[in-house]
Design a protein around this ligand. Structure first.
Ligand code: SF4
Ligand code: SF4
Length: 95
């Protein structure tokens, strides 16, 4: 399973070999951001809320079967708050 998320601050791709997921659920317990959920139907963990990921790599390091591969596909060097402030300044200047 490949889950890709292109967010405002960072973009991440999860490659999860779900066939080898043993169901230990360590990823779910370890992730402080509650990204991971258990798929009852297909019996494997998967990153349901990738938007919340902070790229700490804890789930990848803790996975018992080493089936999680997290790839940061892009990291923007822009602070979203500074970016919004710049936009507001520009709009104000235009008015
Ligand atoms: S890298 Fe960190 S925040 Fe992202 S899913 Fe894994 S444990 Fe959660
Ligand atoms: S830690 Fe790895 S093996 Fe365990 S449930 Fe999560 S993906 Fe599956």
């Amino acid at each position: 399973m490949v889950v890709e998320n292109r967010g405002q601050q960072q973009s991440v791709r999860y490659v999860v070999d779900t066939d080898r997921c043993c169901g230990c659920r360590r990823c779910i317990r370890r992730c402080q951001e509650n990204v991971w959920q258990w798929d009852e139907e297909h019996h494997h963990a998967y990153p349901k809320y990738p938007d919340e990921c902070v790229l700490c790599y804890q789930c990848e390091m803790d996975c018992l079967n080493n089936v999680i591969d997290i790839q940061a596909i892009a990291t923007l060097q822009v602070d979203p708050l500074e970016y919004s402030a710049e936009l507001m300044k520009k709009k104000e200047a235009e008015q």
